[in-house]
Structure formats: C-alpha cells, structure tokens
Design a protein around this ligand. Structure first.
Ligand SMILES: Nc1nc2c(ncn2[C@@H]2O[C@H](COP(=O)(O)OP(=O)(O)OP(=O)(O)O)[C@@H](O)[C@H]2O)c(=O)[nH]1
Ligand SMILES: [Mg+2]
Length: 183
C-alpha cells in the first residue's frame, strides 16, 4: 500500500521549501522524475508497519488552474501550509481542505496544518498567533471526529528540516487510524 500525501496552500507560503526538506531529512527519501508534480518517495515504520509514502508538491502555476482537481484523486492526507506572516494564507486553509475533501474520492482525510516561516517571527511586524491555528484545528477535529479523522497543527521553519520526521509520522499515524480501504 502506498499512501499519497499532498502539500497544499497559497502562493509563496513555502510549500516547495517544506517539501524539499523531506529529501534532506527523511532517510531513504528519493526525488522521483515527474513532469507535472514534484514527487518524493520514502518509507516510514509506524507501529511496526512499513509504510511507503508518495509526497507531492503542486507547483505554484497550478494553483490557478481549473484542472487542479485531478491532483487530489486518491489522496490519503495532506499538509496544508500557511505563512505565519500572511494572515490571508491562514484564512485560506479551509479552502484547501475543502477542495481536497471534494475531489479525493475518500471524503474527509487527515490534514496537518503547518504554520511556516517561524524564523521570521522575531523580525516581522505582524505574525499569526499560533493559538488561532490551534483553535481552528480544534474545531475541525470536533466536526470530523464522527468520520474518525484527526487533524494536527505544527509550526516550522522550512529553512531547516527540524522536526519534520515527527510531523510526517504524526500524519501517517492519523492516516493509519483512519483505515482506508486496501487497494
Ligand atoms: N524565512 C523563511 N523563508 C521561507 C521559509 N520557507 C520558504 N521561504 C521562502 O518563501 C519563498 C517561497 O517559498 P516556496 O517554497 O517556493 O513557496 P511555495 O509555496 O512553494 O510557492 P509557489 O509554489 O510559488 O506557490 C521563497 O523565497 C523561500 O525561500 C521559511 O521557513 N522561512
Ligand atoms: Mg512551490
């Protein structure tokens, strides 16, 4: 079983930077040739189970593309990235989550919301309080509990890959708990 995970979010929030940290920080993660989407493949051991992950990064130019829906098909989970210096990119997180739910063919799936660019917190005038994102995920979890879907929130700086293995393992644990039908 290969689990398909997408990296989503607004323009310029750091999706590709976050994505690229997997190649550097997850043992055995390899960049695969791809014409449409960037793809990194790796395996993780979760609760004794060996899991293969295909992680996809949607290029910025596809964000305005009406054909974007095709990328969502069969997606088991997603990282939804926002930039902590861009309140709009946080406000758009529900849009990305809804689009994923509408097109993946599974309905609700686990999401990890990522507040990126934490290294800018000290120097930026206006940054998002992580409480807001925590509250949003708390509310999201309340409405998705009955579907056995759990979501999480983490802050990162994609300038480094610090904490990235913990974050992917958290998403995989949520995906495993959700128990998708075997292909
Ligand atoms: N300071 C800081 N800059 C970051 C971080 N992550 C990304 N950036 C910068 O933000 C800009 C956009 O990063 P990308 O990773 O290309 O963002 P993206 O979401 O993939 O962009 P599109 O694909 O064009 O939508 C680049 O200049 C990155 O260097 C971070 O954690 N901290
Ligand atoms: Mg990108």
């Amino acid at each position: 079983m290969i689990y398909k995970i997408l990296v989503l979010g607004d323009y310029n929030v750091g999706k590709s930077s976050f994505f690229q940290q997997f190649e550097k920080n997850i043992p055995g993660a390899t960049k695969k040739p791809s014409i449409k989407l960037d793809l990194i493949e790796f395996t993780r051991k979760i609760g004794g189970e060996q899991i293969t992950v295909n992680l996809f990064d949607i290029p910025g130019r596809e964000l305005s593309n009406a054909n974007r829906s095709k990328h969502y098909i069969g997606v088991h989970g997603a990282f939804v990235i926002f930039d902590i210096c861009s309140p709009n990119s946080f406000r758009h997180a529900p849009f990305w989550i809804e689009e994923l739910i509408n097109y993946n063919g599974f309905g609700k799936v686990p999401v990890v919301l990522i507040g990126n660019k934490t290294d800018l917190r000290a120097t930026s005038q206006r940054t998002l309080n992580p409480i807001d994102a925590k509250e949003y995920v708390f509310r999201l979890n309340r409405t998705s509990q009955k579907d056995n879907v759990e979501n999480h929130f983490f802050e990162v700086s994609s300038k480094s890959g610090k904490g990235i293995s913990l974050i992917i393992d958290q998403l995989l644990e949520s995906i495993l708990k959700h128990r998708f039908p075997k292909k």
